[in-house]
Design a protein around this ligand. Structure first.
Ligand code: PAF
Length: 286
């Protein structure tokens, strides 16, 4: 009877060892950057990376420079043991799990500024966020030199920022953006969902319902962006568990500029607070 061959996965913590492992790995190499606390959304990226490439590398690094609020950073979920077990089962070859000191050693001084794309939508509410994301992703790309890197549409603005960055800095990495994975009730999978109380979790799909309402209006021919925003806003306001609405947006997919008239590829998105948990979601109209 055929024996299952155990998959060997290397867990690496230093820049030097990671660079060397990627240089020596079978090509093409894929990188799936994560902050751990892995869920089905991450696994869909890893499965696609496994299908498309000879080597799959996953990074697990809770990147302090993309958190404005120290409390948010401290309470970000971490579960390395479970993550490593999942990655092993999904056939990952290399895991990069550096310390904060390895990524940001003393004297670290270079930041990647992605310009106006970083100051819209999420950037308005989290001013340093995309500078932190762009810097760590650039560093990970330089260390691993992947052919392809995988990101989720769930963080829609992040995907746009990273696509821009790889083109602008001629990184030579193909950015693959995979569809959002949702729970059965529509809530987009996120490591933060576990922080919702049972009542908040029950109410949370309102965010997706609001986006679907924009989609329905648009597919019925509505092209006035304010009509779409107002319709979504009304649905969100009708849910008492939504304490604050940070934004409801109808934006151009590549510039992220707010639109008056819905024309070409558009991302409709929203961000809300339920208690101390901030939820974001989006749908692309195309
Ligand atoms: O999407 C995330 O988990 C993070 O923003 C990323 C891309 C791993 C950078 O820290």
């Amino acid at each position: 009877m055929a024996q299952a061959i155990p998959h060997s996965m290397r867990v690496i913590t230093t820049n030097e060892e990671m660079s060397q492992a990627c240089r020596e790995a079978a090509k093409p190499v894929a990188l799936v950057p994560t902050m751990g606390a892995l869920h089905a959304g991450h696994l869909s990226l890893i499965n696609q990376a496994r299908t498309d490439n000879s080597t799959v590398a996953v990074s697990i690094f809770v990147n302090p420079s993309q958190f404005g609020d120290k409390k948010d950073l401290d309470k970000y979920p971490r579960d390395m043991e479970n993550d490593l077990e999942l990655l092993r089962r999904h056939g990952v070859d290399l895991v990069y799990a550096p310390s904060v000191g390895e990524v940001y050693p003393e004297g670290f001084n270079t930041w990647v500024d992605v310009g106006p794309l970083a100051s819209k939508l999420e950037g308005l509410h989290r001013p340093e966020h995309f500078r932190g994301v762009a810097t760590v992703v650039s560093k990970l790309f330089n260390l691993t030199r992947p052919t392809r890197a995988y990101f989720g549409q769930k963080d829609g603005q992040q995907a746009v920022v990273i696509q821009r960055l790889t083109v602008d800095l001629a990184m030579g990495v193909e950015v693959v953006v995979m569809p959002t994975i949702r729970d059965a009730d529509g809530l987009a999978m996120s490591s933060r969902n576990d922080q919702l109380s049972p009542e908040q979790r029950f109410a949370a799909p309102v965010l997706y319902r609001a986006l679907c309402q924009m989609y329905l209006l648009w597919s019925g021919g509505e092209r006035d962006a304010n009509v779409l925003r107002d319709a979504a806003g009304m649905i969100l306001k009708s849910e008492p568990a939504v304490e604050t609405i940070d934004y409801v947006s109808v934006a151009d997919m590549s510039t992220l500029d707010e639109l008056q008239v819905v024309e070409s590829r558009v991302m409709v998105s929203a961000a809300v607070w339920m208690g101390a948990v901030r939820l974001i979601d989006n749908i692309v109209l195309e």
